[in-house]
Write a protein that binds this ligand. Structure first.
Ligand SMILES: NC(=O)c1ccc[n+]([C@@H]2O[C@H](COP(=O)([O-])OP(=O)(O)OC[C@H]3O[C@@H](n4cnc5c(N)ncnc54)[C@H](OP(=O)(O)O)[C@@H]3O)[C@@H](O)[C@H]2O)c1
Length: 164
């Protein structure tokens, strides 16, 4: 191999909750780099800067908790309800459509068949640029659920996963 050129392979590796500093460390020290990074992403935590960083590094952003797990009364948020009314869609559909139009892959969770169907039905409408931009106002730029920068929280989550 000539000079400092590296062979980078994007295999079937995905990571989760890797914030930019951890991700770039992983990328620069390995030949096989992640194709996907699954991180908390929803209207209250939009990850706009992180998405740019992931795009620059050719890593697909994937949203976990696209509905903020129902926190902060997301399904009765006034702005989201007003946008949903315009398109005759539900708040859940507006959120999933907004993520999709941003290029964010989403993995919503529901135990109810009718909601799973509802969550798939987002490909027959398109949010206007004005509505896409209006949703930016909901961004708190912080987690609604866990602080992955808190070592005690990371330890608790990691330990809980090992015990299941
Ligand atoms: N990588 C990670 O660290 C991480 C962390 C957390 C979660 N996840 C994953 O992310 C995925 C998302 O799950 P999540 O539970 O965290 O969050 P979520 O998808 O944001 O929220 C799920 C909640 O929304 C409700 N819901 C779903 N569809 C709805 C609809 N159309 N209308 C109204 N309510 C609706 C669900 O209730 P019902 O079930 O009653 O419909 C449930 O209470 C899961 O696959 C999970 O495993 C990953």
């Amino acid at each position: 191999m000539a000079g400092n050129a590296r062979v980078v392979s994007r295999g079937l590796i995905g990571v989760s909750n890797f914030y930019p500093d951890r991700l770039i460390d992983l990328i620069i020290h390995n030949e096989v780099v992640p194709a996907v990074n699954q991180i908390e992403t929803h209207p209250f935590y939009q990850q706009i800067e992180t998405q740019k960083f992931l795009q620059e590094n050719k890593v697909q952003i994937e949203s976990w908790g696209p509905f903020a797990e129902g926190k902060n009364n997301i399904f009765s948020n006034e702005l989201l309800l007003s946008i949903a009314g315009k398109y005759q869609k539900t708040v859940a559909q507006v959120i999933l459509r907004w993520l999709t139009q941003r290029g964010v892959v989403a993995i919503p969770k529901s135990v109810r068949t009718e909601r799973m169907v509802e969550n798939f039905n987002i490909f027959d409408f398109e949010l206007s640029l004005e509505d896409m931009n209006a949703i930016i106002s909901l961004d708190t730029k912080k987690s609604s659920l866990f602080d992955h920068r808190d070592p005690d929280m990371v330890k608790m989550l990691g330990t809980a996963k090992r015990n299941t």
